[in-house]
Design a protein around this ligand. Structure first.
Ligand SMILES: [Zn+2]
Ligand SMILES: [Zn+2]
Length: 104
């Protein structure tokens, strides 16, 4: 079976908790995080400053936090996970398989 492998790890992992997105949301700068992670990170900011900034690129987000559900990442997270005989995880996404280097 021909498999096109591509490491999607960066695209699929939250830069705060470093694991797969759970309830991924996007900030207006385009960065995505788990909802819980970004709320935690920005909750800490709120105590110190008047406006939020992205935990990753520090772009000012303004005093009101708008979290948009990231439907692309949500659907990726809902795609099928397969475990092969070599204990590698493969993500089945549409017609393509992506290798995932699993971190426990
Ligand atoms: Zn996270
Ligand atoms: Zn950002």
């Amino acid at each position: 079976m021909p498999i096109s492998a591509l490491v999607l790890e960066d695209e699929l992992s939250c830069s705060i908790c470093l694991s797969l997105y759970r309830n991924p949301v996007s900030l207006c700068c385009g960065h995505s995080f788990c909802k819980q992670c970004v709320q935690k990170a920005l909750g800490v900011q709120q105590q110190a400053k008047a406006s939020y900034s992205c935990p990753l690129c520090r772009v000012e987000l303004g005093p009101i936090l708008e979290l948009q559900n990231n439907f692309h990442l949500s659907s990726v997270s809902l795609a099928a996970w397969l475990l092969d005989s070599g204990e590698n995880y493969w993500l089945l996404l549409g017609q393509k398989y992506f290798c995932w280097r699993w971190r426990p």
